[in-house]
Design a protein around this ligand. Structure first.
Ligand SMILES: [Zn+2]
Length: 373
């Protein structure tokens, strides 16, 4: 396998000077109403332009979607090659996990956004993160010293639009204005008669979608009708997005793979997926709890109580990434808006993602993402 990140120069100690705490989330002015501010950056052309303008992050093109659109990643922190002498599962069979993981200085956090192309909230989240990693402040100029400072002790790799085909099919940059009908059409699609589709079973059966049965192909899918979060057991030629993400996790030996989604019930973590070691699941819940606590402290919505683990008898992309790359798999559903109140919902949605990233960076620096070898 080609090393997708070979040749990326060392980026540690560049830029990003942590400053004071006076602009911490919760202390800012939030003047905008329901119109999306420029900082709610979800437009693919504007994402591409911002990636082209970065001075700290190193941008690479991982490959192209089924529809021929570039899938790009940006890395912060030095890429550290490792001496890999085995595959993940074989290394554990030998009792020598270090034969897969090797040794290096920094832990690696990999984030993929908009795996489903109409879940555009997550794009706004990661583009604000990229702004912080570039200059210490988000796209509204708010400084996040916890993110900027902690990030220098990690390597962070971000795929802002993992499913560009699906994103290109959505003729809007702001989900807060969508009607229920539009939400279903953009996210899930519509059948041959034009009736909007529900999330289940239509986003999963048939798979790939039969394009002739869809008058609107939802943003969930690439142009071949593949749902990338379930696409890794399909061939690369029709499902390049899922394979590129798994390849990237493998090439990076990502310690954590955070897959960003969004839905009306969010924000929330979905933990307890099958085929992942119990200690990984425990760490998922630990991170979930730390994020919820921060959310409540900042007056942002967080789920109450202990969520029942999802029963799963087959694995999706996050489980596949664990088995291929050894990464702690995390699936986060950002909120589409209905759980927020007030006139600053775009800002609250961005704050939700940034609070998630801040939590994850703090834990990555302090505790790590995987059990010690
Ligand atoms: Zn999704």
């Amino acid at each position: 396998m080609p090393n997708l990140t070979a040749g990326i120069p060392a980026l540690a100690n560049q830029g990003m000077t942590a400053k004071g705490n006076d602009a911490q989330p919760g202390n800012r002015a939030r003047p905008e109403g329901m119109t999306a501010p420029d900082s709610y950056l979800t437009n693919p052309d504007k994402v591409a332009a911002m990636l082209d303008s970065l001075s700290v992050g190193k941008v690479v093109e991982l490959g192209t979607s089924y529809g021929g659109r570039p899938i790009r990643a940006v890395g912060y922190g030095a890429f550290e090659p490792i001496d890999r002498r085995s595959t993940h599962s074989a290394a554990y069979m030998a009792g020598q996990p270090e034969a897969f993981f090797g040794k290096r200085e920094k832990r690696v956090l990999l984030i993929s956004s908009a795996v489903h192309g109409a879940e555009i909230e997550s794009i706004a989240g990661v583009m604000n993160l990229i702004s912080i990693l570039e200059r210490g402040s988000d796209l509204d100029g708010v400084e996040w010293p916890g993110i900027a400072g902690g990030a220098r002790r990690l390597r962070i790799v971000i795929v802002p639009i993992a499913n560009p085909d699906g994103r290109a099919r959505v003729p809007s940059d702001d989900q807060l204005g969508w009607s229920a009908d539009e939400t279903q059409r953009y996210r899930h699609g519509a059948d041959a008669a034009g009736t909007p589709l529900e999330w289940r079973p239509a986003c999963f059966v048939p798979h790939p979608q039969i394009l002739a049965e869809r008058s609107v192909l939802g943003g969930y899918f690439n142009d071949a009708g593949v749902n990338p979060s379930q696409g890794m057991f399909l061939a690369r030629d029709i499902s390049p997005e899922a394979h590129l993400l798994a390849d990237l996790a493998y090439a990076e030996t990502a310690d954590c793979y955070l897959e960003l989604h969004s839905c009306g019930a969010g924000p929330l973590f979905l933990n307890g997926w099958g085929f992942v070691p119990a200690e990984m699941t425990a760490h998922q819940h630990y991170i979930d709890g730390a994020w919820r606590m921060k959310m409540r402290q900042r007056g942002l919505p967080a789920p109450d109580g202990i969520r029942k683990p999802l029963a799963r008898k087959a694995m999706g992309l996050i489980g596949y990434v664990y088995h291929k790359a050894g990464s702690l798999p995390l699936l986060f559903e950002g909120g589409a808006g209905r759980r927020y109140s007030g006139e600053n919902v775009h800002r609250q949605i961005v704050d939700t993602y940034l609070t998630l990233f801040e939590t994850l960076i703090e834990i990555g620096v302090r505790d790590g993402y995987r059990p010690a070898l």
